[in-house]
Every structure is written in C-alpha cells, then in structure tokens.
Design a protein. Structure first.
Length: 46
C-alpha cells in the first residue's frame, strides 16, 4: 500500500508541475505577442 501512495503522490506532483509549466508558457507567449504588437505599432507611427 505504501508504494501505491508514493506513486499517487509522484503522479500528483508531476501533474501539478505540468500544469504550472503550461501556465508559464501561456503567459510568456501572451507577453511576447504583446511586445511584438507594441513594436509594430511604434514602427507604424514613425
């Protein structure tokens, strides 16, 4: 039973890490798009 509990904890930790990485990648992607949009807008005003 102890090994089953350890496997569940490992799976839960892995799932939490995957979720956090997905969140960070999504945030970084949105930030990059916003920066690119600002660059395009600043170039169009010059």
């Amino acid at each position: 039973m102890e090994s089953v509990d350890a496997e569940i904890r490992d799976w839960s930790l892995g799932a939490a890490i995957d979720d956090q990485l997905r969140h960070h990648r999504a945030g970084a992607g949105a930030e990059l798009k916003a920066m690119q949009r600002l660059q395009r807008e600043s170039r169009s005003h010059t």
